[in-house]
Write a protein that binds this ligand. Structure first.
Ligand SMILES: [Zn+2]
Length: 167
């Protein structure tokens, strides 16, 4: 059973041993829908007790709520983080291209667009000029990201940002 929608232009590829990614098998245009994640919405208490593979295939969608894709996942679950991503969120569960993506390029988004709690923190070696070195559940607080990802944060994070900005 597949829980996610993946664009037919996405393909799964091995980056290195044990590390997978989703790549454009053909050109994707700016604004194009790349993936929609599905699954089960769980609260923090349950999230913590899930198998690691399911914790990895998850996205925070609201305060205290996580969308988890059961099982081994599929191509949409292989989309990795980058500090210079080519995709962004549209709503809580959909991913769209931020710019034209040529065939062969890895499809990525910045986990700061969805992470508002410390459920998926790691050292980043994405190699981009914007690389933060460490990805945390607090990265959404960075004003430089508010500008760069305007319109592409998960709605619950956008509410937090608007509150901080006093708008
Ligand atoms: Zn990085």
């Amino acid at each position: 059973m597949e829980y996610n929608y993946s664009s037919p232009k996405l393909t799964a590829r091995t980056i290195r041993e044990g590390m997978y990614g989703a790549f454009a098998s053909q050109a994707i245009e700016a604004g194009e829908l790349v993936a929609v994640w599905g699954g089960r919405v769980v609260q923090w208490e349950e999230y913590k007790s899930l198998p690691v593979i399911e914790q990895m295939h998850s996205i925070q969608v609201e305060e205290g709520l996580y969308l988890v894709t059961p099982g081994m996942g599929d191509t949409a679950d292989l989309i990795n983080h980058s500090c210079s991503p080519n995709c962004g969120l549209r709503g809580q569960i959909a991913l769209v291209a931020l710019r034209d993506i040529p065939a062969g390029e890895e499809v990525t988004f910045d986990y700061a667009m969805c992470d508002g709690s410390p459920y998926d923190e790691f050292d980043c070696d994405c190699g981009s000029i914007h690389c933060r070195g460490r990805v945390t559940g607090q990265d959404w607080r960075l004003p430089e990201l508010w500008a760069r990802y305007a319109g592409y944060f998960s709605p619950y994070l956008q509410r937090r940002i608007d509150q901080i900005r006093g708008s």
